[in-house]
Design a protein around this ligand. Structure first.
Ligand code: AMP
Length: 283
């Protein structure tokens, strides 16, 4: 496995793999089993797997955690090495953003101004801009994305399609801890007491899913009940929203391919999660 930081060196190395298929797994590092499952999925699809590790300042708002975001490059490399993939790309800041990044990709507003984008207005433009740059540098055939960030997958799919990029997106399932909490680099901000409460976010949306599956269809009520349930447990919801899984727009009573998305604060940590729900509209 090679660890490469210079864009030129990476591109020279890739010349050696001419004719092979490439999968890119973009990450911000601090790798956990969610990332590793994406890497393993990438290996099933492509001849060559590139894992990029880059904490992208453009996707952090002014008061967000860019400075304290966990950077654990040595431990990350050891974990990736065990997966026997080919290249870790740890771009230098100056390769991605040689000067202040004025030119940006603006994400599809219909998909990006809602949910996460409401609280984090520049987030998706930052994600699209960096992923586009990484794509230009690595020229992948496959882009691996985790459904943990469901809205991000929708926004990036739209970008890939609108720019006619010849790339297939492969989506990885959400990987969770034993109690259901979705793995996330931000979980380590939680105190031990908060950590025991954190799985309530998943339990709440799973509960909503179970209610939908037995025929409950008043989505607004289900969302409100979920928010109250979280509040009683000490979690403050940014949103719980039941949406059409394809369009991400508000689900109608007739939608049967649903996604239940949530974001909530636990102390100073913001957690996000989602569950897919294929309901039978005739119930
Ligand atoms: P990040 O390092 O948080 O930017 O995440 C990099 C990639 O890993 C994204 O595609 C995420 O959706 C994915 N990812 C993060 N956490 C998980 C998880 N618990 N399960 C599956 N994929 C994940």
């Amino acid at each position: 496995m090679e660890i490469i930081s210079e864009k030129i060196k990476l591109q020279k190395t890739l010349e050696k793999y001419e004719g092979k298929t490439i999968a890119l797994v973009p990450t911000m590092g601090n790798l956990h089993d969610g990332h590793i499952s994406l890497i393993k999925l990438a290996k099933q699809h492509a001849d060559l797997v590139i894992v990029s590790i880059f904490v992208n300042k453009l996707q952090f708002g002014k008061n967000e955690d860019f400075d304290r975001y966990p950077r654990t490059i040595e431990a990350d490399c050891i974990k990736v090495q065990k997966t026997h993939i080919d290249i870790i790309y740890t771009p230098k800041e100056s390769d991605i953003y040689p000067e202040s990044q004025i030119t940006r990709i603006s994400a599809d507003p219909i998909l990006s101004n809602i949910l996460e984008g409401k609280t984090r207005p520049d987030f998706f433009s930052g994600v699209c801009t960096v992923v586009n740059k990484l794509i230009q540098i690595t020229k992948p055939d496959f882009l691996l994305l985790g459904k943990k960030d469901f809205q991000q997958v929708c926004v990036l799919k739209e970008m890939i399609s609108r720019f006619n990029l010849p790339i297939r997106i492969i989506e990885g399932e959400v990987i969770r801890d034993n109690d259901g909490l979705a793995l996330s680099s931000r979980n380590q901000y939680l105190s031990p007491e908060e950590r025991t409460k954190a799985s309530i976010l998943y339990q709440t949306i799973k509960n909503i899913k179970d209610k939908i599956l037995i025929g409950k269809r008043n989505f607004t009520d289900l969302e409100k009940q979920g928010i109250i349930y979280l509040k009683n447990a000490g979690l403050y919801a940014d949103y719980i929203s039941i949406r059409d899984a394809h369009s991400l727009q508000l689900a109608s009573e007739k939608s049967n391919n649903l996604i239940i998305l949530a974001a909530a604060w636990l102390g100073t940590t913001r957690l996000i999660d989602n569950v897919e729900c294929r309901a039978n509209p005739n119930q």
